[in-house]
Write a protein that binds this ligand. Structure first.
Ligand SMILES: [Ca+2]
Ligand SMILES: [Ca+2]
Length: 97
């Protein structure tokens, strides 16, 4: 029987991807101090970005239980949640800052 969903796992996945896309866009020309500043600024000024980063680690302790309770439908949900970031990574690699 299903006991728990994948809310926390999905949020962690999203948070990692949000940061991942950001870093991909910033660091493809190498790491500079301004990249750290830009990350800080994004956390301060971009409410949506910050909310996703905060959600990623809030209640993260529930993730092991969610993982041990994964159903096929939940795995599919997580795969879809990951897949939607692929175009963003590609855009981050190809686009300007
Ligand atoms: Ca479950
Ligand atoms: Ca969470």
């Amino acid at each position: 029987m299903e006991k728990v969903g994948v809310k926390e796992t999905r949020e962690l996945l999203q948070g990692i991807n949000e940061v991942g896309v950001f870093l991909t866009r910033r660091l493809k020309d190498g790491a500079q101090l301004e990249d750290a500043v830009a990350f800080y600024e994004a956390l301060v000024t971009d409410v949506e970005f910050k909310a996703k980063v905060v959600a990623a680690y809030e209640n993260a302790k529930a993730i092991p239980e969610e993982i041990s309770d994964l159903s096929v439908a939940e795995v599919a949900e997580l795969v879809v949640a990951q897949a939607i970031y692929v175009p963003q990574y590609i855009a981050a690699l190809n686009g300007g800052v």
